[in-house]
Design a protein around this ligand. Structure first.
Ligand code: 2NL
Length: 345
């Protein structure tokens, strides 16, 4: 019995020494020290031994069990440490690797133009007004002196939601709403930037969705010369002090008289080239004195009040300012296009 125990101890210690991972150690513990293991067996069979043998064998069995237990614990700790070291080594960071490049975004060129124009007019005492992109027929047309049978409606065909609801074709309804809210009492000085929609076939210079900025001033004694001064200031601030402006008579249903403004061509300095199609001038915006019908319909007395209004296409300004040749670039969101306008803001 004694030899058997010594043999067991030797065998167990060898096994423990050779264990390669925690799972193996766990298995060894069960094999030697478990309820069905050989040591438990020996202790259970003590009753069959001669009485004088029992204390000796009992003490030896206990000693062997303790030796094995201690050795298992020691080996367990060693393997645990080794596992941690291995994991740390695997997860270490190589600080010499080149970093991952972060791409920094920038404002869209249309946003940039809108913010620039907003800043300019805020500096002149205007406030920025916004309104819904889905409009009623009344605010989009009727309140702007475009009745149901007016031919100007053909030019502004849109996307209809119902007979009476449509995607707005201009930002003027925001101005009509502002006038209505003011209940006939001036002054009003606002600019209205936003998305507008028309039923159009997209090409390099046309888009069914585009951005517009409109301005409106209503007060006593507002004259054409106020409009002239404002438009000239706007043109020089946005396109540069060296640009000349030219006003031409035009027609809009909501203004009377109406005009269109051109700026001198930067490419040829006014001599005529392919950009200005030989004329030396580039069309920038439409404007005019607010039509008395529009004032009256929106609650203002045209005998007491007068006003001017203008509308510019944001894409057109951005195309001229940054030399962009196709309006579709603004909406396709190719980052290679957008990154050309990188700036630190
Ligand atoms: C253009 C022309 C224009 C207006 C917009 C306006 C608004 C009210 C009253 C009178 Cl509430 N007028 N807006 C006036 C003239 C021209 O836009 O060609 N835009 C791109």
């Amino acid at each position: 019995m004694k030899e058997r125990l010594e043999q067991l101890r030797k065998e167990a210690l060898e096994h423990i020494e050779g264990a390669k991972d925690l799972k193996e150690i766990q298995q060894i513990r069960i094999t030697y020290l478990g309820k069905k293991g050989p040591i438990t067996d020996i202790l259970r069979g003590m009753k069959n031994l001669a009485p004088e043998e029992r204390p000796k064998i009992g003490a030896l069995a206990n000693e062997v069990r303790e030796t094995i237990t201690e050795k298992i614990e020691k080996k367990w700790k060693e393997l645990e440490q080794a596992a941690i070291q291995r994991k740390l080594a695997e997860e270490s960071i190589d600080v010499t690797l080149p970093g991952r490049k972060m791409t920094v975004g920038n404002r869209h060129p249309l946003t940039r133009v809108i913010e620039e124009v907003e800043d300019l007019f805020i500096g002149l005492g205007y406030t920025v007004a916004e309104g819904p992109e889905v409009e009623t027929d009344y605010y989009n047309f009727e309140a702007l002196n475009i009745p149901k049978d007016h031919p100007a409606r053909d030019m502004q065909d849109s996307f209809y939601i119902t007979n009476d609801l449509l995607m707005r074709t201009q930002t003027s309804p925001v101005q009509a709403r502002t006038m209505e809210k003011a209940k006939g009492k001036g002054p009003i000085k606002i600019i209205c930037p936003g998305k507008t929609f028309r039923r159009d076939n997209d090409d390099a210079t046309h888009s069914h969705q585009f951005m517009q900025i409109e301005g409106l001033v209503v007060d006593e004694n507002i004259r054409m010369s106020d409009l002239y001064g404002t438009l000239e200031y706007f043109a020089k601030k946005i396109f540069g002090n060296d640009r000349q402006i030219r006003l031409r008579p035009s027609f809009f249903p909501f203004t009377e008289p109406s005009l269109e403004m051109d700026i001198s061509c930067k490419i040829c300095g006014g001599k005529g080239c392919h950009v200005c199609k030989g004329s030396g001038w580039i069309e920038i915006l439409g404007a005019g004195m607010v039509h008395p019908n529009v004032l009256r319909m929106n609650g203002f007395d045209p005998e007491k009040y007068s006003g001017f209004a203008f509308g510019v296409g944001v894409e057109r300004i951005a195309m001229l300012k940054y030399g962009i040749d196709d309006i579709r670039h603004f909406y396709t969101n190719d980052v290679r296009f957008l990154h050309q306008f990188f700036q630190k803001d």
